[in-house]
Design a protein around this ligand. Sequence first.
Ligand code: PLP
Length: 367
Amino acid sequence: MQIDIPRSLLPTDGRFGSGPAKVRPEALTHLMEHSDVMGTSHRQAPVRNLVRDIQEGLTDLYRLPEGYEVALGNGGSSAFWDLAVFSLIRERSAHGVFGEFTRKFATASAAAPFLSEPRIFESAPGGVAVPGACDADTYCWAQNETSTGAAAPVERVGYGLVLVDATSAAGGIDADISATDAYYFAPQKNFSSDGGLWFAFLSPAAIERAETIRAGGRWIPAFLDLTSAVVNSRQHQTLNTPAIATLLMMAEQIRWMKELGGMEAVAARCAASTSTVYRWAEERDWATPFVRLPEHRSPVVATIDLDEHIDAKQVFSVLRENGIVDVDPYRALNRNQLRIGCYAAVDPDDVEALMACIDHVVERVAH
Ligand SMILES: *Cc1c(COP(=O)(O)O)cnc(C)c1O
């Protein structure tokens, strides 16, 4: 069906993906302005200074406690799960599973032949699960389950290490890092950059755990050895070649976040955008926030179920034809749903415009 959304309704930028997500045009301009470091050695000062700026910027943004370090490496957040399996879980992990990303980490741990069966604390999609204190030495969950749009608290649990997947939370939701031992993420969500790198805020206890496991003789592939990532990160380097453009765009986003007023201001901006979406849904009898409990609703990724007389697939395909992209739900969830990424880079006014566009389309496709 051909539906032309009037120009006056369209957002300035039509990217509302939940990952990868909108890259600010200013980040791309910054990349062009610093193109002289592109194609130069990551072992030399210009790239190492860039990495150091990012490490310092993140330390500032999240007010890292004394002794915490910012480590990084190649492979994105998925690689960090494997690093954690080899370098952080001593014998048994416990997982809060409430969507596809939290499940993937639990599956990786379960598959490791040198670990005991993980303890799983599960909630159906749309809910939140934080692992309870048990016999595990490592507690794992996500601050934001991007596949469902549910957000969990960041807090101490049990007597082990606390590993928080903040891939879509970091740079959009604040957190007390002292409650975690590894708070890890990647740059393609709130940090307005490309995928392919992982970052982790590591506590002294996490670094010590990795060193002890390594000294204990476990076979660890070099690429998944957290101790070597830490050694490289202390020198503002990575084990192997990083994508320099990714670092440049991320550095610009961190600078912009600080200019905006730091995490408090950035978090308020994201929350303003998602509140617009949740309020919009509550005012329409054909739209319902997927996450039932308001306190579990993500402040960065809003998921909205549509009534069955509206085909969400048709809605997001019409939107796509009009330049509004990536509002489809996580594929494995298989719901009649819209999922709207409201990361730091997304302008709250564009979210208002998006909702008006959805109204316009729904009026024409509902039957
Ligand atoms: C996007 C995402 C991941 C995967 O990140 P990659 O960098 O693509 O591996 C993991 N966890 C969460 C919560 C995510 O949102």
